[in-house]
Design a protein around this ligand. Sequence first.
Ligand code: 13P
Length: 248
Amino acid sequence: MKKLLMANWKMNPKTEKEAIRLAKASDAANVVVYPPFPFLPAVAKALKKATLGAQDLFWEAETGPYTGEVSARELKSVGVEYVIIGHSSRRALGEKDEVIAKKVQAALSVGLVPILCVGEVLEEREAGRAQEVVDKQLRTVLSQLPLVAHGQLFVAYEPVWAISTTPHSSGLQSLSAEEAPAKSVELIRYMQHMVSTIQMETKFLYGGSVNLKNVQEVFGYDEIDGALVGGASLKAAEFGKMIKEVST
Ligand code: 13P
């Protein structure tokens, strides 16, 4: 399978018009675009080659009295194929592994491909607990999945300290985002092993300040099947160049 470049737009851009422009600039076969919910139909229409993703969902399968929530089936009905679950911005708002597990199951139940995000914060990395933290995040979700789900799941390792837009709780940063892809490989290898011991098969993405400068490095690691890009995916010119970089 070709490695994938995934564009997580988070809460951007401001208007549908801008979303359409950005979608057209990001439209390539190995790209998955994740716009905010209101722009999904317009972006779906604008994309000819790229695939549509959503940034979250609610776990209940049926329609019902869940104000503000969006179901997996609703997303599917507007052309969504992939869905990000358990992103660090949602975990920072209080989302827990148990809820994330339910969301992953809801996605799989209608044939959406979940992108399960895991990653430690700076304090955990500095305390030598990165592996332990990620292990728990992953194990809680995987232990609840049916066997048929294997191979249909991406795990995105996003060390929170390497995500450029996240304010760091400690002012002094002993680790730089430049070191993150290389450091992530060790942890991804650990997760690959962990996943294989429970007879599962997943693909792995890296996320955290991926940009034009380091996208080749990230795509060069055999352990990594693609990148989840935030900030750089909002800059049409830069993202266009990143698409070219990884397609040649
Ligand atoms: P940045 O690429 O802006 O660091 O964001 C990464 C991310 O959170 C993607 O989901």
